[in-house]
Design a protein around this ligand. Structure first.
Ligand code: FAD
Length: 411
C-alpha cells in the first residue's frame, strides 16, 4: 500500500528529495521502452531497477516479437540491432497424430514474426536509454515504496544498495513496470481495482538447450502425453517446452528424460530428428493469467506484466508490455509537455482491448495444446477438431493467423 515518506523515518543525512516528472519502476521491456519514449520527447525521468545491468541483459525469457511491435520500435529508433540480427519467421508447424502440418501464416496475412531473444532487446533498450539518450537509471535499488499516489505530489523512495540510505524521488507520475513480482500493482487499492485471474492447471517445463534449432520454424507438438514446443532463439540456442504437472520439480527432469519426451511428443513422420544439447535453463512455469482493471490509480499507471500476466502459451506477454509502453510513454509525454491529459485518461481502456483479446486467444490455444492430455476423451476430441479446422477451413485459418500475429486492425 502507498504511504507517506515521513521525514522522521528518513535516515539522518539522507539526500534531500528532487523533483522528476516521471519515475519508472522496473527496467524490463515495458519500463525501458517508456523511458526511451520519454527521453525522445525531452521528458526527464528516472528508471529504478532492483537487479544489476548485467543480470537484466542476460535474463532469458521471450523471443517472439510481433511485426507491428517491431515497426513501432523502428519508428522510435529502437530496432536497428533487431532488424539486423533477428530471424524472420513466416510459418509454424503443428505435429499431431504422428503427422506434420505446416501453417503458412505469412501467405495468409502478408505478415510475419521476428525471433529476437528478450535479453538482446533489453540490452539494446538499456544502451539507447542510458548510453545514447543519457537517461537516469539506478540499478540494484532496494525496498522500493510508492507514496501519496492520490495527491498531486506523489513520490517514490528506495534504499540505496551502497549507503543503505533511503532516497526520495518526488514526481508527477509513476509508471509501474516492475513485472509480475513487483510492488506497484499492490499500490492499487483493492476497492478501486479488480484483478481477474485464470489458472490453466498445467505447468510447462521451460528449457533452454545449447543446441541449434531442429527446424526452420516454431514447432507445436500436441500429444496425449502432453504439449511440447520448439522455438529457435539463435543459431546455437533453442527453447523447448514440455507440459508437466503444475509445481513439478525441475530436478525430476534429468537430461535423458527431457530428450526422450521431446523426441516422443515432437516426433512425426518424415520429421528430421531433434538435435540434442546441454540444458542451460530448466524451470517449471505454472500456467496462469491475471488482468488488473483499471491499470491506473491516481498518479500511478501500470504497464506490462505488472498489470497483466499472460501465460507464455501464445508468446504474447512481451508484445503486450511493448504495446502498453508505447501508449503510456506517449500519453505521459503529452501530459508533461503540453498539459494534454486525454491519452492518459484513456490509457487503461486502450491497453485492455488488446490485453483481453490476447488472453482469449491464449485460453483458446491452451485447450488445443492441453486438451488431448487431460485423459478426458471429450476435451481431447474437441481439441483435435479445433486443430483440424485450421487445415480444412481457410476462414478458420485466416482468423487463427490474425490472432497468432496480433494483426487485428482495431484493438
Ligand atoms: P519484466 O520483464 O518482468 O520486467 C520487470 C522489471 O522490473 C525486471 O527487470 C525486474 O527485475 C524489475 N523489478 C521487479 N520488482 C521491482 C521493484 N520492486 N523495483 C524496481 N524494479 C523491480 N512474451 C512474448 O511476447 N513472447 C515470447 O516468446 C515469450 N516467451 C516467454 C518465455 C518464458 C519462459 C517466460 C517466463 C516469459 C515469456 N514471455 C514471452 C513473457 C515476457 O517475458 C514478459 O511478458 C515480459 O518480460 C514482460 O515485460 P515487463 O517489462 O512488463 O516485465
Amino acid at each position: 500500500m502507498a504511504e507517506s515518506p515521513s521525514p522522521a523515518r528518513r535516515h539522518p543525512g539522507s539526500p534531500s528529495p528532487r523533483h522528476h516528472p516521471v519515475v519508472v519502476v522496473g527496467a524490463g521491456p515495458a519500463g525501458l521502452t517508456v523511458g526511451n519514449v520519454l527521453r525522445a520527447a525531452g521528458v526527464a525521468c528516472v528508471v529504478l531497477e532492483t537487479e544489476t545491468r548485467e543480470f537484466i541483459e542476460r535474463r532469458p525469457r521471450a523471443g517472439v516479437v510481433e511485426e507491428w511491435a517491431v515497426r513501432a520500435l523502428r519508428r522510435r529508433g529502437l530496432a536497428a540491432n533487431l532488424l539486423e540480427r533477428a530471424q524472420v519467421h513466416t510459418e509454424c508447424e503443428f505435429r499431431f497424430d504422428g503427422e506434420r502440418h505446416r501453417f503458412p501464416y505469412e501467405e495468409l496475412t502478408g505478415r510475419h514474426h521476428y525471433v529476437y531473444p528478450q535479453p538482446l532487446l533489453v540490452t539494446d533498450l538499456v544502451r539507447e536509454y542510458a548510453d545514447v539518450r543519457g537517461g537516469d537509471i539506478r540499478f540494484g535499488v532496494r525496498d522500493v515504496r510508492l507514496h501519496d499516489l492520490d495527491s498531486e505530489r506523489p513520490s517514490v523512495s528506495y534504499l540505496d544498495p551502497e549507503t543503505g540510505l533511503r532516497h526520495v524521488l518526488r514526481c508527477d507520475f509513476v509508471a509501474g513496470c516492475d513485472g509480475a513480482r513487483g510492488v506497484t500493482r499492490a499500490a492499487l487499492p483493492s476497492d478501486r481495482a479488480r484483478t481477474a485471474r485464470h489458472d490453466y492447471g498445467v505447468g510447462w517445463l521451460a528449457l533452454l538447450a545449447e543446441a541449434p534449432p531442429s527446424s526452420d520454424c516454431v514447432l507445436f507438438g500436441v500429444h496425449p502425453r502432453g504439449f511440447a514446443g520448439h522455438m529457435a532463439r539463435g543459431p546455437e540456442v533453442t527453447r523447448y517446452y514440455l507440459q508437466c504437472p503444475p509445481g513439478d520439480d525441475p530436478d525430476g527432469w534429468p537430461h535423458e528424460r527431457v530428450w526422450a519426451e521431446l523426441h516422443l511428443r515432437l516426433g512425426a513422420a518424415g520429421a528430421p530428428p531433434l538435435t540434442e544439447g546441454r540444458l542451460i535453463e530448466k524451470r517449471v512455469l505454472d500456467m496462469h493469467d491475471y488482468v488488473v482493471e483499471p491499470m491506473a490509480h491516481g498518479r500511478l499507471f501500470l504497464a506490462g506484466d505488472a498489470a497483466h500476466l499472460v501465460a507464455p502459451i501464445a508468446a504474447k506477454g512481451m508484445n503486450l508490455a511493448l504495446h502498453d509502453a508505447f501508449l503510456l510513454g506517449d500519453a505521459l509525454a503529452a501530459q508533461v509537455t503540453d498539459g494534454d491529459r486525454r491519452a492518459l485518461d484513456g490509457y487503461s481502456e486502450a491497453c485492455l482491448r488488446r490485453v483481453w483479446d490476447y488472453q482469449e486467444f491464449s485460453q483458446w490455444l491452451s485447450e488445443v495444446y492441453h486438451g488431448p492430455a487431460t485423459g478426458d476423451p471429450f476435451r481431447a476430441g474437441t481439441a483435435r477438431a479445433r486443430l483440424r479446422r485450421l487445415f480444412t477451413s481457410p476462414v478458420a485459418a485466416a482468423a487463427f493467423a490474425e490472432q497468432y500475429l496480433g494483426t487485428a486492425a482495431r484493438h
